[in-house]
Design a binder for this molecule. Structure first.
Ligand SMILES: Cc1cc2nc3c(=O)[nH]c(=O)nc-3n(C[C@H](O)[C@H](O)[C@H](O)COP(=O)(O)O)c2cc1C
Length: 320
């Protein structure tokens, strides 16, 4: 029998048993996919975006399908961090994999308050900051579109929590590497790339936008090449680990992100199409490593070959 490869990776101080993570907003509060498989098999789970107080989100319709993609304008509906900790977390005790809290605020102070709350909860292994949402103190401009604001949010979260901090970047910026550099300098331990791309769709029969919010975020296979490009750029720009996501549907997609240098990957929209996708990706990565006689998944990470037939030049590889 072939020896199973070591799939474990380290993301900013958080060691996970495999690089496959459930993406925020597509996996509920952590146990909604239990009827399909044991979530303990995943590398980690990132829960639905949490805010200081419960949020009702946007009016429906909140989603619209596009060719190869999904537009959503959920509006970050959630039960609030207190209800999550008190009502949801106890039932997640049986899930034996790290839970990562995805948090957002309307002001920098709210981010800091959220961070402080996560510090006291053992079950939360790390914090992922969503900076793609509007800053009410800056006319609704997203926190993640300005390097100084992105750095201030990161700084406040890092100072107020004891957990590893992952900053999730928005792709809706001119130069993502500037934002990545700013959050790295502000103390982020890892970066997730990418959140959804802004988009819209119109129903020509009614002449109305397909989303009540008019605009939404595009995810799914449609964004994969753009997400991969952004991961490539960010991996080149920073030293901290990068987690890649955007349109990952199978283990080959996952391998593309790992090869450009992502230390781990997240599965989002694919969960809504085939809930077993993350498990199929873990199995696919295992079989790939066995076939290619790769004993440790870290041998693949950043092993993009960019020069010559002999592949003598390796691309984004960094020591892992
Ligand atoms: C229905 C839906 C809800 C989402 N909610 C959140 C959220 O609460 N917080 C967050 O940071 N990202 C959220 N996202 C973004 C995803 O986590 C992910 O970054 C994005 O969809 C790209 O990955 P994918 O193409 O694999 O879905 C959401 C995406 C979808 C489709």
């Amino acid at each position: 029998m072939a020896v199973l490869p070591d799939l474990s990776v380290d993301i900013g101080g958080l060691r996970i048993k495999n690089p496959v993570i459930a993406a925020s907003g597509t996996f509920g509060y952590g146990d909604e996919l239990t009827p399909f498989y044991d979530p303990s098999l995943l590398g980690a789970i990132i829960v639905k975006g949490l805010s200081l107080r419960p949020m009702p989100g946007n009016p429906p319709p909140r989603t619209a399908e596009t060719p190869c993609g999904l537009l959503n304008a959920i509006g970050l509906a959630n039960i609030g961090i207190e209800a999550f900790i008190e009502e949801k977390l106890p039932s997640l005790a049986k899930i034996k994999t790290p839970l990562i809290a995805n948090i957002y605020g309307h002001t920098i102070r709210e981010y800091a308050q959220m961070a402080k709350r996560t510090a006291t909860v053992d079950r939360i292994a790390a914090v992922e900051i969503n900076i793609s949402c509007p800053n009410v103190e800056a006319g609704g401009m997203a926190f993640g579109t300005d390097p100084d604001t992105a750095a201030m949010v990161t700084d406040q979260v890092v100072k107020n929590t004891t957990k590893p901090v992952i900053v999730k970047l928005t792709p809706n910026v001119t130069d993502i590497t500037t934002i990545a550099g700013a959050v790295e300098s502000a103390g982020a331990q890892a970066i997730s790339v990418t959140n959804t791309f802004l988009g819209m769709a119109v129903d020509v029969a009614t002449r109305r936008p397909k989303l009540a919010n008019i605009i939404g975020g595009l995810s799914g296979p449609a964004i994969k090449p753009m997400a991969l490009y952004l991961v490539h750029k960010v991996v080149e720009a920073v030293q901290i680990p990068v987690i890649g996501l955007g349109g990952i549907m199978d283990y080959q997609d996952a391998l593309e992100f790992l090869l450009v240098g992502a230390r781990a990957i997240q599965v989002g929209t694919a969960n809504l199409i085939n809930p077993k996708t993350p498990i199929e990706i873990i199995n696919g990565l295992t079989d790939f490593c066995v076939r290619e006689e790769i004993g440790n998944i870290n041998q693949i990470i950043g092993d993009l070959r960019t020069k010559g037939e002999g592949h003598e030049k390796k691309g984004n590889r960094k020591d892992t």
